[in-house]
Write a protein that binds this ligand. Structure first.
Ligand code: IMP
Ligand code: MG
Length: 182
């Protein structure tokens, strides 16, 4: 029998807000031209919304698009292949693109999206991930901008889910079952 589930906070709201402001400044310092931000749904929606507002405050005027990609089914194990559930609508030829995702883990999702944008003629594709799990890469890809290095734990909140739950949390945490505690 499993006990009550509780989310333990790893990255609180205030810390995320501070880091998002810094990330926007780092992106602005890269002097992107004809900037298109492409956020990968669903996990990055909250991060993207905050980062876009911070980018505005940093003086950028990006256009915004969404890729709905899926590499996970329900649960926590990657299926190994990336599917496009919904494509972006804008042309990317000769534009600078900032690709936003929630977590860089095996690298398959971001490598797939980046390769596609490069193949479509983007001038520069910069990868911005809120969290990076180190030592988990299965394909070679590096993020240009990283919010936080994440412990090797399944995390939820701030847009991220486990089986569709917890996306609404304003902070990032991991799920613990009371019965699992020592
Ligand atoms: P990758 O393709 O293995 O790099 O996986 C990246 C995607 O897996 C992210 O966009 C997330 O949607 C999902 N993911 C990986 N780790 C976690 C986690 O700890 N919590 C929630 N989603 C995760
Ligand atoms: Mg995702």
């Amino acid at each position: 029998m499993s006990g009550a589930r509780k989310v333990e906070v790893l990255f609180p709201e205030e810390l995320i807000a501070e880091r998002v402001t810094t990330l926007a400044a780092e992106i602005a310092a890269a002097k992107p031209k004809d900037l298109l931000v492409v956020a990968i749904l669903k996990g990055s929606f909250m991060f993207a919304a905050d980062l876009l507002r911070a980018m505005h405050r940093a003086g950028l005027e990006p256009h915004v698009e969404f890729f709905h990609l899926s590499s996970y089914r329900e649960g926590t194990v990657s299926s190994g292949t990336v599917k496009i559930l919904r494509d972006i609508e804008s042309a990317v030829k000769d534009r600078d693109v900032v690709l936003i995702d929630d977590i860089l883990e095996s690298g398959r999702t971001l490598a797939f999206a980046k390769d596609l944008l490069v193949a479509r003629g983007a001038r520069r594709v910069l990868v911005c991930t809120l969290l990076e799990k180190r030592g988990k890469r299965e394909v070679p890809i590096a993020a240009d901008f990283v919010g936080f290095v994440c412990p090797d734990d399944f995390v939820v909140g701030y847009g991220m889910d486990v089986a569709h739950s917890y996306r609404e949390l304003p902070y990032i945490g991991h799920v613990v079952t009371e019965a699992d505690r020592p």
